[in-house]
Design a protein around this ligand. Structure first.
Ligand code: HEC
Length: 198
């Protein structure tokens, strides 16, 4: 290889490396801290005393719904008054290596509060959501909400979960709306590594 060609390769490599270093948002990565997982969340009993509701409560515990849908649980500090009533801690859905401010989603309030929870959802709406990830307005939920696995629930199990959720005492608690990548969030965020293309 001639000298000029070698020099050109070195220059090109330097430019590429610099571009990569510039693209990594160092300030965001420095702020990433590991958090303790939440264990042993006590789920409220349903207001209806039936075997089906108790089965729903058992499945909700087994499938870990409260570990995301409880305020503070994502950062290891669950608020017992907000169990299953939604999280004001967001989950990032784009990589901090790509967007300095990742997009954020907030696990919603699953108690039957009319304005801030699932009060206007029917049991069928909840069953459909668990199976297909589509909410009652037809919007596709991101797979951070693990509907791709929950799609395998039997009819009876999905129905039991819906009945348990509808039997919970309603808790008034509105979670923030989804934040698009590139916009700063006003809330803490956790990263679970399941990133979607923005
Ligand atoms: C890993 C975290 C996680 C777990 C576990 C989880 N969810 Fe979710 N869920 C989410 C997120 C995040 C959203 C919002 C997604 C979006 O807006 O795209 C959501 C949305 C929902 C919604 C729609 C709420 C609304 O107001 O639109 C329902 C219903 C729901 N989840 C029920 C459940 C149930 C029932 C379980 C357990 C069987 C469960 N979720 C487990 C993260 C989770």
């Amino acid at each position: 290889m001639g000298r000029i060609a070698t020099a050109l390769v070195v220059i090109a490599a330097t430019i590429t490396l610099t571009a990569l270093v510039r693209a990594a948002p160092e300030n965001v990565l420095k702020k990433l801290v590991p958090v303790e997982a939440t264990k042993d969340l006590e789920l409220p009993a349903g207001r209806v005393n039936s075997e089906q509701v108790e089965q729903g409560r058992y499945l909700v515990a087994l499938l870990g719904c409260a570990s995301c849908h409880t305020d503070g649980a994502l950062v290891g500090k669950p608020d017992p008054a907000m169990t299953l009533a939604g999280s004001r801690v967001g989950i990032a859905y784009s990589s901090p290596m790509v967007n300095e401010f990742p997009g954020a989603v907030y696990p919603g309030n699953l108690t039957p509060h009319r304005e801030t929870g699932l009060g206007t959802w029917s049991e069928d709406d909840i069953v459909d959501m668990l199976r297909s990830g589509r909410n009652r307005h037809g919007r596709q939920t991101l797979s951070i909400m693990p509907w791709t696995s929950y799609g395998q629930l039997s009819d009876a199990d999905a129905r039991a979960i819906a009945r348990y959720l509808k039997s919970l005492p309603p808790v008034e608690h509105r979670v923030p709306a989804r934040v698009m990548p590139g916009q700063p969030t006003r809330t803490p965020l956790v990263h679970v590594g399941l990133y979607h293309r923005p």
